[in-house]
Design a protein around this ligand. Structure first.
Ligand SMILES: [Mn+2]
Length: 333
């Protein structure tokens, strides 16, 4: 008998944080990881435009952070702070970064080539264990040829592959908006519905939400197709949308649809705010695959080789932007 037991010191248990872009590629990247490595992780995600997410993580020594599909360039200060405070970080991404830091607590799989996305980087790391989800992520990022190739390694009917494509495009669409009131469901809540399913086909079979979001996507796309051409040149075309919840949701999807419909052209979709300033999505010609981020970074934007955007293009810079778009060296940058 011990009359005077001493409680052991409280041990702070290790915490897990999953941080990702709220589009299909980001969500499907984390999903594959968590199917392979289950843990009670806190998900930190947002809309497509919420890219400075790592700063929202309050982790301490020995906690683990998984980061997927978020620009390391944009999140570098928060990344360094976490590493210096003893946090372990696994980082998968395909956005441009000047320099990947070397740190004993950082595992980084960064590849900015136009034929890869974050879901496929995780798929590669996991040796294809949850590949159907990676295929959904790749379709969501408009990497159709790459997604088709990955899908061809699975036993899928043509109809099943088409379902994965539509799901990728639908989950991607659901991430676009100025705030959560624009979108059908917050990306984090959509993730929670997807997470229990080891394959996207099971998710589609048991949950109706993707079908409901897809109906909204089709209606928004039909409206976008009626938008005027703002500018046209030999190598591309720019369309103009007015600002409304539907245009905020469909902008990126519309840009992807235009790129798929006319793959030899570059495409820009501009949405005009009430202030007169613009939000811009740019797609490189699909057949060449690069140049979009080069155009957008000149105007304070960011993105990937094939797809990029500008959050705020002042009205007086419209002419400069259209010049840059018309004279861009697609496929070289
Ligand atoms: Mn991505």
């Amino acid at each position: 008998m011990n009359p005077n037991p001493i409680d052991p010191p409280a041990i702070q248990s290790k915490r897990y944080f999953d941080v990702c872009n709220g589009d299909a590629d980001g969500l499907c990247a984390v999903l594959q990881w968590r199917l392979a490595t289950p843990a009670p992780a806190e998900l930190i995600t947002g809309l497509k435009r919420d890219i400075d997410l790592l700063g929202r993580v309050h982790a301490c020594s020995d906690d683990e952070v998984l980061v997927c599909d978020l620009s390391m360039q944009r999140n570098r200060p928060a990344l360094m702070r976490l590493l210096q405070s003893g946090v372990r970080v696994k980082y998968f991404d395909h956005h441009d970064v000047h320099h990947v830091p070397r740190h004993p607590r950082l595992l980084a799989h960064i590849d900015g080539s136009p034929s890869i996305c974050t879901s496929l980087l995780v798929d590669r790391y996991l040796a294809g264990r949850f590949r159907a989800w990676a295929v959904v992520g790749a379709y969501g990022d408009n990497l159709h040829a790459v997604a088709d190739k990955a899908a061809s390694t699975l036993t899928l009917s043509a109809a099943q592959r088409e379902s994965l494509r539509q799901l990728g495009e639908t989950v991607n669409y659901n991430a676009y908006g100025d705030d959560e009131s624009d979108v059908y469901i917050a990306p984090g809540k959509l993730y929670a519905l997807m997470a229990p399913y080891s394959t996207p086909l099971l998710f589609l079979e048991h949950e109706g939400i993707a079908h409901r979001i897809n109906a909204m996507r089709r209606a928004d796309l039909a409206l976008a197709q009626t938008s005027p051409v703002l500018f046209e040149c030999a190598q591309g075309r720019a369309r103009l949308l007015y600002d409304a919840p539907w245009s905020r949701r469909v902008m990126g999807t519309f840009a992807n649809a235009l790129a798929a419909a006319e793959p030899i052209l570059a495409h820009a979709v501009l949405r005009r705010h009430a202030t007169g300033d613009f939000v811009v999505s740019v797609r490189a010609p699909l057949v060449r695959g690069s140049g979009a981020s080069t155009v957008c970074t000149r105007f304070g934007g960011s993105g990937r080789a094939g797809a990029a955007g500008i959050d705020h293009l002042p009205q007086h810079k419209l002419g400069q932007f259209l010049d840059a778009f018309a004279t861009a060296q697609w496929g070289l940058a």
